[in-house]
Design a protein around this ligand. Structure first.
Ligand code: V47
Length: 456
């Protein structure tokens, strides 16, 4: 594929970014206020329908056909960003009509102590560092009671790769939450944490890594794990991996964890962290790898492949997978595009993605990931205002009421954010959709205050 370049802007650092690679500017070079050679994407406002290159893609979408990587490049290169959003919106309407989902959830970060120090991450601390913490099982019990009393349907749990906590800590955590709040769905542990737990439990063997992964997932499932979040995927490219998050698992291992989860009947999510040192090609390759993994998951559930060997869910009347199929296997539920936040990370000199780039990337994700049932806008990393725009660019889901999110926050360090159901419903209604509360597995919820049940 031809290489598109990521734009070059510098915040006081003599660093130039091109084709997604960090390069030091020559020593002694003056630091301009703004260096800007090629913008990442064309930004002129086009006339409606002005770009004929989108017509070919539109025809494929109308026929329910899979888009190629080449098509993906066109979607990124066209100046008609609104045209891209309109195509994604059309697909999303076909799949979900006027429904937009939201959920009532709580986030729990059990510890920020991490054996790794990824350059893009501002969350990690070493033991003894200012701000380092680890919660006791009693603290976690108290959080579960708070979540239950507030009517949450989900507890989303992630943490650093804690070097000392034993494996029992994790199973005890799940059991304690389940005892305090039996109806609370526990979505917990990113793929890299699962591999870390396999090592802690001395089950990880590189000769057969899936055996250790399976062992951990089976034990966690038995202790109350309901599904896996989509974090830690970052961007599936070895160069980006080595420059920005060396030490984390690579794409093949991340995909192994999700495949084994699916084989065990656990649903999972997926993310893409964009707007740092990756290129547009990298983003598309990432989406393609997720799409291939989902093809396999859906075939396990009995879906048949198209003539081109894939399974698409975006055609008129296509049946989406449901948790009723979990006895045959799990599947990816949603893609969550995450914009990179530079502040506080070792990549602080990068600008991070712009609003238009956020819109476009979400729309491209909807169009490329034709076998993902849902596209989620995580408002806490996007702002609620941006998430509302996402609803017109392919997103059918806003996560969530989110209390205590400690990894990355739009408002900057020190502000833990939360929104309420009324605000979520308002932004959804204002965008012309019907808000529908869901549980973690996208089943409809009926609610009376803090009391809730699954709709029949
Ligand atoms: O894995 C870390 C990302 C992720 C930064 O599955 C950063 O429903 C931006 O995965 N700028 C965690 N992002 C969040 C996550 C998630 C969120 C909401 C819902 C779900 C779900 C999953 O946050 C990490 C990493 O990719 N991250 N640092 C940063 N500076």
């Amino acid at each position: 594929m031809g290489g598109l370049t990521v734009g070059t802007i510098v915040k006081g650092h003599p660093v130039v970014i091109g084709s997604g690679t960090i390069r030091e500017a020559p020593k002694g070079a003056p630091v301009p206020a703004v260096i800007d050679s090629a913008p990442a994407f064309a930004t002129s406002i086009p006339a409606i329908g002005a770009d004929p290159s989108l017509e070919r893609i539109e025809a494929k979408i109308e026929a329910g056909k899979r888009l190629s990587l080449e098509d993906g490049l066109t979607l990124y290169a066209t100046p008609d960003v609104w045209g891209v959003c309109a195509l994604a919106h059309r697909v999303r309407q076909r799949m979900h009509g006027d429904v937009t989902y939201y959920n009532i959830n709580r986030h729990l970060n059990y510890s920020n102590i991490c054996a790794l120090s990824c350059t893009f991450c501002e969350f990690h601390r070493k033991r003894g560092d200012a701000g380092a913490y680890e919660h006791s099982i009693d603290d976690i019990r108290a959080e579960a009671r708070k979540a239950r009393d507030a009517g949450a349907t989900e507890m989303h749990i992630v943490g650093g790769l804690h070097p000392y906590l034993p494996f029992d800590y994790y199973t005890d955590m799940l059991r304690a939450i389940h005892q305090e709040a039996p109806t609370l769905h526990i979505k917990a542990f990113t793929a890299v944490e699962i591999v870390h737990l396999a090592k802690i439990a001395k089950q990880f063997k590189s000769a057969d890594r899936t055996a250790g992964i399976r062992w951990v997932l089976e034990h966690l499932k038995e202790s109350g794990l309901g599904s896996l979040p989509g974090g830690g995927a970052e961007v599936f490219d070895d160069r980006v991996h080595d420059e920005a998050f060396k030490g984390k698992i690579r794409s093949d291992v991340w995909l192994d964890v999700h495949r084994v989860s699916h084989e065990l009947g656990l649903n999972t999510n997926a993310t893409i962290l964009y707007g740092h040192i990756e290129s547009v090609d990298d983003r598309l390759v990432h989406m393609n790898m997720l799409r291939t993994a989902q093809d396999e998951a859906l075939q396990r559930l009995g879906y048949e492949t198209d003539a081109d060997g894939g399974v698409t869910l975006t055609g008129e009347g296509a049946a989406l997978p449901t948790p009723a199929m979990n006895d045959r296997g799990g599947y990816f539920q949603t893609i969550i595009p995450l914009p990179f936040f530079p502040d506080g990370s070792a990549l602080e000199h990068l600008p991070g993605p712009s609003g238009l780039e956020n819109l476009r990337t979400l729309a491209v994700a909807r169009l490329m990931l034709d076998n993902f049932p849902h596209v989620k806008s995580f408002w806490i990393m996007q702002t609620l205002a941006m998430s509302q725009l996402h609803l017109l660019a392919g997103a059918d889901d806003i996560d969530g009421t989110v209390v205590w999110y400690d990894i990355t926050k739009v408002g900057g360090a020190g502000t833990n954010q939360e929104t309420n159901v009324w605000d979520l419903q308002r932004v959804i209604r204002d965008a012309g959709f019907t808000p529908v509360e869901r549980d973690t597995l996208y089943r409809r919820v009926e609610r009376d205050g803090a009391a809730w049940r699954l709709a029949t």
